[in-house]
Design a protein around this ligand. Structure first.
Ligand SMILES: [Mn+2]
Length: 239
C-alpha cells in the first residue's frame, strides 16, 4: 500500500500541518510514503532560506526515520532537494518513481513536464523541461510564470476561496492529456500533482485486469486531498 500527496508548498517557517497529518496517517497503516513534488517553496524564495529552517527540520522529525520517496517538482528542483535532504538516509530523492505494486505499474511524477503541448515538441518537452528546471531553475520559473504554467498564478489564492482553487482550466487539461497519453503508451498508471486540482481517469484495460485508474491527480494537500494505492488500483482520499 502507498500514500501519495504533493504540493505542500511549505515556507521556511514550518511544514504545513496537513503534511504532518498525512505522514501520521501513512505511518499508522504502514503505507509507503510518496511525495510528488512542490513540497517547499524553494522557488521563488531561494534554497538558502530553507537551509537549517524549521520546515526542513519538521519534515525530518515527522518522518522520524520512516522512509519517504521525494519526487522533485518545479518549485523544488532535484539538485536543490539534494542540498537540503541528501544526508537524510530515510529520504529517497528521485526525479520520477516507477513502482510495481500488486501486479500494477505506477509512475509517480510531479507533472510540470507535461505542460507543453506544441505539436512535435510534445515528445521532447518533458526532457527539455526537466533540464531547464535543473540547470536554469530561476530563469525557467520566471518563464513558466509568464507563460501561465505555474498553477498558483492562474488560480485565486487558496485563502480567498476554498472552492475556486479546484477549478479546471486549459493548462490543467493539457497536463492531464499528456499524462493519459503516456499512461497508455507505457501501460502504467500515472500519479501526478502540480495542477492543484483532483482528477481520476479510469478505463477498461482488459478482461483479466478490468477497469483500472490510468491517471490520478491528488490535487493540493492543503485542501486535504491525497492518493491511496494498493490492491492493484488507486483512489482519491481526504484527510
Ligand atoms: Mn508544480
Amino acid at each position: 500500500m502507498f500514500y501519495e500527496s504533493s504540493d505542500w508548498h511549505s515556507n521556511p517557517d514550518g511544514l504545513i500541518p496537513e503534511a504532518k497529518d498525512f505522514i501520521k496517517l501513512a505511518k499508522a497503516v504502514g503505507a509507503r510514503v510518496i511525495a510528488c513534488g512542490d513540497l517547499f517553496n524553494l522557488l521563488p524564495m531561494g534554497r538558502e532560506s530553507f537551509k537549517g529552517s524549521m520546515a526542513v527540520r519538521e519534515l525530518i522529525e515527522a518522518l522520524d526515520g520512516y522512509p519517504m520517496d521525494y519526487v522533485s517538482g518545479n518549485h523544488d528542483p532535484y539538485p536543490w532537494v539534494w542540498e537540503l535532504f541528501g544526508e537524510v538516509p530515510n529520504i529517497h530523492i528521485i526525479r520520477a518513481l516507477d513502482l510495481e505494486m500488486d501486479g500494477r505499474l505506477y509512475h509517480f511524477t510531479h507533472g510540470h513536464q507535461y505542460a507543453i503541448d506544441w505539436a512535435i515538441l510534445r515528445h521532447i518537452a518533458p526532457g527539455f523541461i526537466e533540464f531547464m528546471v535543473e540547470h536554469f531553475p530561476r530563469a525557467w520559473y520566471a518563464f513558466s510564470k509568464w507563460m501561465g504554467w505555474v498553477p498558483g498564478q492562474i488560480k485565486p489564492r487558496i485563502e480567498e476561496s476554498y472552492r475556486e482553487s479546484q477549478r479546471y482550466n486549459d493548462a490543467t487539461g493539457i497536463i492531464w492529456r499528456n499524462a493519459i497519453r503516456e499512461a497508455q503508451r507505457k501501460n502504467y498508471c500515472v500519479v501526478l500533482g502540480h495542477t492543484h486540482t483532483t482528477a481520476q481517469l479510469r478505463r477498461f484495460i482488459d478482461t483479466d485486469v478490468g477497469i483500472r485508474t490510468v491517471m490520478i491527480d491528488g490535487g493540493d494537500l492543503r485542501e486535504g486531498s491525497f492518493v491511496i494505492g494498493g490492491g492493484g488500483d488507486v483512489e482519491l482520499a481526504f484527510l
